[in-house]
Design a protein around this ligand. Structure first.
Ligand SMILES: [Mn+2]
Length: 334
């Protein structure tokens, strides 16, 4: 739990602000989307002007959370436009579900030179201390849990819409309440949110039964690339640019696909390599507990959690794979 004094400071900071820019990490996941949505709604109802902004497009299955499209930096808003209205008059920047520059591509340039107040709400162990004030709780399974704690502390009304968005944050960051972070606290919070109006069956359908055919085809490609190493304890999978071209899927369609091969019993660690436009690879890492994938990601400039991390590696593919294989070997032995 975040210290009560810090919650008080955060409530004061928000209360004293008029216009708030709200953002989260690139490749926004359910926690990022649910937390940004909830904070926007909460601050709207306090009479604040809110400007949610994403740093890359969100996956289609999170769109139902938002009444209207949230602008994406680089697509709808150029970085230079952050110096203009309406962003110019924002007197608070709220960053949720990350505290790292590397997770805020392009936005970081602006952030480094702005003198606006910054409030960070995050549950990651690693961070660059981006905030003037930071609500950090590494025991929270999702940043949405800290947002929920803040709303309860402040006594702000939690509407049905907010309960739904928070439920999405909790459910997705815990793999629908099945990862190791699914503790009693998250189940209690989830129960509260259901009582506040969140509908789990409806949300499940929106999140997990709404694939596009293109995404399904991309998943097939990925599964075909499956290789097992280190006595079948490390699984690697690959998605190349041509897989996107030939299936019609886009980058945002890769979210969550990494978790598929963790269904194999012998697998302790999984790595998914997604080829980037510059020839490098976005490498997502998952562990079932024996490997600390954050250590690996951090060593190469990435970050995340013990059991779920990500890092960008230079190409070619063989070199990127070799790097991960060597690191996995160090921790798994063999
Ligand atoms: Mn999160």
């Amino acid at each position: 739990m975040v210290d009560k004094d810090l919650f008080k400071e955060a409530v004061d900071l928000i209360s004293n602000s008029n216009s708030v820019l709200i953002t989260s990490h690139t490749r926004p996941d359910g926690d990022a989307c649910g937390s940004v949505r909830t904070l926007s709604l909460a601050l709207d109802s306090l009479g604040k002007k809110t400007y949610p902004l994403f740093l890359s497009p969100l996956a289609s299955w999170y769109e139902f959370l938002f009444g209207k499209k949230v602008p994406v930096l680089g697509n709808d808003v150029a970085v230079d436009q952050l110096k203009e209205q309406p962003y110019k008059s924002c007197d608070l920047v709220l960053i949720v579900d990350t505290n790292s520059y590397v997770q805020l591509p392009q936005f970081d340039e602006w952030l480094k030179q702005t003198n606006k107040k910054v409030l960070v709400i995050d549950h990651h162990v690693t961070g660059d201390n981006l905030g003037n004030l930071e609500l950090l709780d590494t025991s929270a399974a999702a940043a949405g849990e800290i947002v929920y704690d803040l709303l309860k502390f402040a006594g702000w009304e939690i509407t049905e819409e907010m309960a739904e968005a928070l439920f999405v944050a909790l459910a997705t960051d815990s793999g629908w309440f099945k990862f190791a972070n699914a503790d009693a606290r998250i189940f209690r919070n989830a129960a509260d949110l259901i009582e506040a109006g969140a509908n789990p069956a409806k949300i499940y359908r929106q999140l997990y039964q709404s694939f596009s055919p293109e995404r399904m085809k991309l998943m097939v490609r990925m599964l075909e690339s499956l290789e097992l190493h280190l006595d079948r304890r490390l699984a690697t999978q690959i998605i190349m640019r041509k897989d996107f071209d030939e299936t019609g899927a886009t980058g945002r369609d890769t979210e969550d696909l990494i978790n598929e091969c963790n269904r194999i019993g012998s697998v302790d660690m999984a790595a998914l390599f997604v080829e980037l436009a510059d020839g490098g690879f976005r490498c997502s890492l998952r562990s079932k507990g024996k490997v600390d994938v954050r250590k690996i990601a951090q060593k190469y400039g990435g970050g995340g959690h013990t059991m779920a991390s990500g890092v960008n590696l230079p190409g070619p593919l063989n070199e990127a794979k070799k790097t991960i294989l060597e690191e996995a070997k160090l921790q798994l032995g063999n």
